[in-house]
Design a protein around this ligand. Structure first.
Ligand code: BJW
Ligand code: ZN
Length: 241
């Protein structure tokens, strides 16, 4: 552990309130493609262009094929040391709030409880007509899955660009970041709002911000400590120190 990591580990060890924000990078070592960077294309398309209500309206079967492909990857994946270390950290810190942009539920599978899912998850689907939500985890879904209650087309239970976040979730995340002494920002490119804005929220409060990422991001200039390398290596070191 170098000096910076030691400083970060000390801050975490002394904190009573810790907030954590994770992004796709925390699941990369579980074999789940990230959105930007190494993720690349899916059938020649930019994955981000499929994460919109417009794409779903234009070609729901294409968008469902994309989500069904990802549901399969996630089903076959397992939490990695970063997920497990964050679940363990929650046992040690008096108040820890885990906020994630990820839809893969690997934090929950690693043992984290009360995770604030800013962008929904891949397990649930929502009816486009009656709005009923149902859990279809571990199920192989067709290209055009239908609602058990009314028969209309269902959509993935995730948050696409231009859509609002699930009610109350972002407010809870902001409150946790405002009262935190340490805010860990792990494996996110920090370009998608409002999630990325939580770093500004932390700066307005009293939290020391620690970023962990393979490389610097747009928020690196305002964090207190930047640790650059693999989350699956750095996070466990910080937690066990
Ligand atoms: C590693 C690693 C390893 C790799 N170890 N690290 C203010 C300003 C500008 C724009 C807006 C704004 N407010 C709102 C907007 C519009 C928009 C937005 O932010 N656009 C920007 C792109 C400019 N935001 C929205 O539309 C949001 N809604 C909203 O604001 O509602 C209010 C509203 C309504 C109507 C009109 C206007 C406002 C909703 C955003 C929803 C985002 N949805 C997605 C898809 C979810 C479903 C799905 O999974 O398919 O969420 S997009 C995608 O990006 C996904 C992710 O959660 C999100 C963030 O990505 P993330 O997690 O950071 O991943 P990557 O791939 O970007 O980065 C991975 C990182 O890991 C990299 O940095 C690597 O280096 C690192 N890494 N391996 C450590 N081993
Ligand atoms: Zn329905």
């Amino acid at each position: 552990m170098d000096d910076l990591e030691q400083r970060a580990a000390r801050l975490i060890a002394q904190a009573r309130r810790v907030a954590v924000l994770t992004g796709a990078g925390v699941s990369a070592e579980s074999g789940i493609p990230t959105f930007r960077g190494m993720g690349g294309l899916w059938r020649g398309r930019d994955p981000l262009s499929l994460a919109t209500p417009e794409a779903f309206a234009a070609d729901p079967a294409l968008v469902w094929d994309f989500y069904n492909w990802r549901r399969r990857i996630v089903r076959e994946a397992a939490p990695n040391p970063a997920h497990r270390a964050l679940a363990e950290l929650a046992q040690r810190v008096p108040h820890l709030t885990l906020i994630t942009q990820n839809v893969d539920r690997l934090h929950q599978r690693a043992g984290s409880r009360d995770v604030l899912e800013l962008h929904g998850n891949l397990d649930e689907v929502r009816c486009t007509r009656c709005g009923v939500t149902s859990d279809r985890a571990n199920e192989e879904l067709p290209s055009l899955p239908h609602c058990d209650s009314c028969g209309a087309l269902v959509r993935p239970g995730v948050v696409w660009f231009g859509e609002s976040l699930p009610p109350g979730i972002f407010e809870a995340a902001e409150a946790a970041v405002q009262s935190a002494e340490v805010f860990l920002v792990v494996g996110t490119s920090a370009v998608v709002y409002p999630a990325a804005g939580l770093v500004g929220t932390a700066r307005g409060g009293r939290a020391a911000v620690i970023e962990i990422n393979l490389e610097p991001t747009p928020v690196s200039g305002v964090v207190d400590i930047g640790l650059y390398g693999k989350a699956g290596e750095i996070v466990p070191r910080l937690v066990s120190a």
